[in-house]
Design a protein around this ligand. Structure first.
Ligand code: GRF
Length: 194
């Protein structure tokens, strides 16, 4: 069975969508731990309300960055994690972690990669750039995570059409709705492979 660790920094709506899909038995998997670098992340409070172990682990808590990475690795190992979902995690995972979980880490990105990805392309920056470029479509991408921002191979994408009256805010809301379908569908695919 997939034992999933969620990494999240923000609201945690993708985590919530995945949790509900699992609770509704649409996916045979378990979310075993939630890790956030942000103590006020909605993902941590959601995890508590779902009775899922949740940890605030931030680089600032450690004098040596290696101790920070080791703490994350230990937390993953002690929860028996065998699959990692980055759901709005605003930090790059250290190679010490990506090496151990090679091909078992996925990320959701709010655009159609390879466009609108890379360092600095997160949150509203993405949607502002897509609207400024007058794109006709955008969407969400789930991809494998490697050591470069948004460069791991693409697993699945879902497109949406951009209307003439869309703003970065309306686009963000539309893409997020699509993310809440795409991420569980990809996790389901992995859960059926294991
Ligand atoms: C999503 O748009 C995701 O694509 C990006 O960060 C956002 C997280 O949203 N990586 P939430 O915290 O899941 O609500």
């Amino acid at each position: 069975m997939l034992n999933i660790a969620i990494f999240a920094s923000g609201h945690g709506s993708n985590f919530e969508a995945l949790h509900h899909a699992i609770a509704d038995k649409k996916i045979q998997a378990k979310i075993v731990v939630v890790i956030s670098n942000n103590s006020s992340s909605g993902a941590l409070s959601l995890a508590q309300s779902f009775n899922i172990p949740a940890f605030h682990i931030s680089q600032q808590q450690f004098s040596d960055p290696n101790l920070f990475h080791q703490k994350i690795l230990k937390t993953l190992q002690s929860s028996n994690t065998n699959f990692i979902v980055l759901a709005g995690y605003m930090k790059k995972l250290d190679p010490a972690i990506t090496r151990v979980f090679a091909d078992r880490i996925i990320n959701i990105h709010p655009a159609l990669l390879p466009k609108y990805g890379g360092e600095g392309m997160f949150g509203m920056n993405v949607h502002n750039a897509v609207i400024a470029a007058k794109e006709n479509e955008s969407g969400a991408t789930v991809h494998f995570v490697n050591d470069e921002y948004d460069k791991g191979s693409i697993i699945a994408q879902q497109k949406i059409t951009i209307e003439a009256n869309d703003t970065p805010e309306t686009l963000a809301a539309k893409v997020l709705t699509v993310e809440h379908e795409l991420l569980p569908s990809v996790v389901r695919m992995f859960s059926e492979r294991i």
